[in-house]
Write a protein of this length. Structure first.
Length: 642
């Protein structure tokens, strides 16, 4: 529910100004129409009518938000509201003149059409003029302060819409560290134009020419600021970045601007920023509706995905957040970071291992979460191929503990973070994740078909692929290898993977959860994020080397090391046994449910516990392969690797 603004002393001053402006507009238009002699004769009646008209003007100005609008940020919609208010008041004068005053007093018109038309112009001029003058005063004062400070002369790169937002932020004082003196735009339509008084000096390939042009005017540039539109692959950001580094410019970027909940801020350009596909449009109101005012628990809250989910639920208004993490440094870091930016959210953290069933049940029972996001897992493919018993304990038994505890605590939903490697798995990671999915699906189905509906807990899984810059992902590995002088190691020249940003992945996880809670039926319990087009890892390595200012094969070598155990060349999004289902939500699809009954799963789980306790690796593999018949074993390339 939207909270109405509080009427303050500043609003009273604005209302007083508007009343005086309206009175001046009426009197001046009257004098303008009738001159000295007729004006003096009509003035007594005008002064009797005027107070009532001014009371009406207060109501009209308030109705069109003129009383509540901050003058410093007066904009076109506000000016249109002034025109609307003046028009309503002019129509009121016409009604007053034609119906109430003139027929009874003069037998003819008291104001007249010319007077009312003049009033309409004067009213607009008086109400808007002072506001525009104040905004210009604040604008010039902010500009003067910025220029007199240590603000660095900067070039802004991007299309007009992005650049205009940056310039507004500078004018309002949000950015005090830069002073824009020129724009480079990838759009031809922007060439030769001015954007809020700042000239567009060329396209993204014209950096050298723009620097030379500004130098001839004795204006040196210290900084280059890249907006999201400048980072689009089609606009060739790597060439601009390389040119900027050669010119000795400090390069910064702005994050995506579509989410207005976070302030704009400058950040260094990371190479992964230049590898992004166009992001899915997120319905942020939907996400706010999911978590606002609710209690949320996140397992693995100190990891890459878990910590971002924590940040997003805080951003969208969660009332309480419980972070479960078995690594003390990671728990401390995420708690400290959130406490610094979310003072109005009750944030708590607990050291807990999801393998410890009693501990998980105790924490859940005490906290009583509305929504549980289960992000804790072991995820490194080669490690789990070797130590697969540990993967079973964490990814399967741990998920069972979290799901059962969420059910016992009466949570509305438990959302398991899964992986695209669970689809027709070829690794122990995919196999354990698929088994965990099946357990959640079976629980969800069991609740849907149960005669006693004591709980409505939803159990869903969300699959997605590789996340840029997450812990252990390929991009940080390549970056560290490049910084060390190479070589960059790629397993196979034909290896491809899906990639998305942590922010986008987590927002789509929340989107999937909101769909599950809003859907009356339980036909969907496994969601798959739209990962876009797959990226060839060899091409990714090549581009990262070039974006770092080196030449592949000359400065930095690329070495193919061979596929590791449990890897496959091509990831897939849907198995043959679970075809995709459209759910009408951008960026999210669903997989047709495909799970055995909960009683069958319980038998496998008991057998797994016994096999793990006996360290019987053959039995563990046999049980998992029997439970997941689509398991295909490790994929091996047919071609040799050099």
């Amino acid at each position: 529910m939207t909270r109405l603004p509080v009427f303050t002393f500043r609003n009273l001053l604005i209302a007083t100004h508007d009343v005086l402006a309206t009175a001046a507009a009426v009197i001046l238009s009257f004098y303008f129409r009738f001159g000295d002699e007729d004006f003096a004769g009509r003035l007594p009646l005008l002064l009797r009518i005027l107070p009532y008209f001014l009371i009406l003007s207060v109501a009209v100005c308030y109705a069109f938000n003129l009383t509540m609008t901050k003058w410093r940020f007066i904009s076109t919609p506000d000016l249109l509201n002034i025109v609307k208010a003046a028009t309503v008041l002019a129509v009121a004068l016409i009604a007053l003149d034609y119906v109430f005053v003139a027929p009874n007093v003069y037998g003819t018109f008291f104001f007249g059409k010319a007077t009312i038309l003049a009033y309409w112009f004067f009213e607009i001029a008086f109400l808007s003029g002072s506001r525009i003058a104040y905004r210009y005063y604040r604008y010039t004062r902010t500009r003067s302060r910025t220029r007199s400070s240590n603000a660095a002369p900067a070039l802004i790169v991007g299309v007009a819409a992005d650049v205009e937002l940056v310039l507004r932020s500078v004018e309002s004082g949000a950015f005090r560290q830069i002073w824009p003196v020129g724009v480079l735009s990838p759009s031809r339509a922007d060439q030769g134009q001015l954007i809020r008084g700042v000239p567009v000096l060329g396209g993204t390939d014209d950096l050298a020419k723009a620097l030379e042009q500004l130098a001839s005017r004795k204006r040196s540039i210290e900084r280059l600021v890249m907006t999201p539109s400048a980072l689009v692959i089609e606009n060739g950001p790597e060439h601009l970045l390389s040119a900027a580094r050669k010119a000795g410019l400090r390069v910064s970027r702005l994050p995506a601007m579509e989410d207005g909940r976070e302030p704009l801020k400058l950040a260094p350009v990371a190479v992964e920023d230049l590898l992004l596909r166009p992001a899915v449009k997120i319905d942020y109101a939907r996400l706010e509706g999911l978590v606002k005012g609710r209690s949320v628990l996140v397992t693995g809250g100190g990891g890459s995905i878990g910590s971002e989910i924590c940040r997003r639920v805080v951003t969208f208004g969660a009332a309480r957040l419980m972070i479960l993490e078995n690594a003390e440094p990671a728990l401390y870091a995420i708690q400290e970071g959130l406490n610094a930016v979310a003072a109005d959210v009750e944030i708590a953290g607990r050291i807990a291992d999801i393998r410890d069933r009693d501990r998980i049940f105790t924490v859940m029972a005490e906290f009583k979460p509305d929504i549980v996001f289960h992000a804790a897992a072991l995820k490194h493919v080669p490690i789990l191929e070797r130590d697969f018993g540990e993967g079973v304990k964490t990814n399967i038994f741990g998920t069972i503990n979290v799901a059962d505890a969420a059910l016992a605590a009466g949570a509305q939903a438990m959302v398991m973070i899964s992986t695209d490697k669970a689809i027709e798995p070829v690794s122990m990671l995919g196999l354990t994740k698929r088994f965990a999915e099946m357990y959640c699906q079976a629980l969800d189905h069991n609740i849907a078909t149960s005669d006693s509906r004591e709980t409505a807990t939803r159990f869903i899984s969300v699959r997605f692929g590789n996340v840029l810059a997450s812990n252990g992902s390929v991009v940080p590995k390549f970056k560290s290898q490049i910084e060390a002088g190479g070589p960059v190691t790629v397993t196979h020249p034909d290896m491809v993977r899906f990639f998305m940003t942590i922010r986008e992945a987590c927002d789509l996880v929340l989107t999937a959860a909101s769909h599950a809670l809003k859907t009356a039926t339980r036909d969907v319990s496994v969601y798959v994020l739209n990962m876009g087009q797959p990226v060839k890892i060899a091409d990714l390595a090549d581009r990262l080397i070039r974006l770092s200012g080196f030449v592949p094969g000359e400065d930095i070598e690329v070495v193919f090391t061979g596929m590791r155990p449990g890897e496959r060349l091509h990831e897939i999004l849907f198995a043959n046994e679970e075809p995709p289902t459209e759910i009408g939500v951008d960026g999210v699809m669903a997989a047709k449910p495909n799970e055995p009954p909960i009683t069958v799963l319980q038998g496998w789980i008991n057998d797994l516990r016994a096999a793990v306790d006996k360290r019987d690796s053959g039995k563990v593999r046999s049980i998992l392969k029997g439970a997941v018949p689509e398991f295909k074993g490790a994929q091996r390339p047919s071609s040799d690797i050099h």
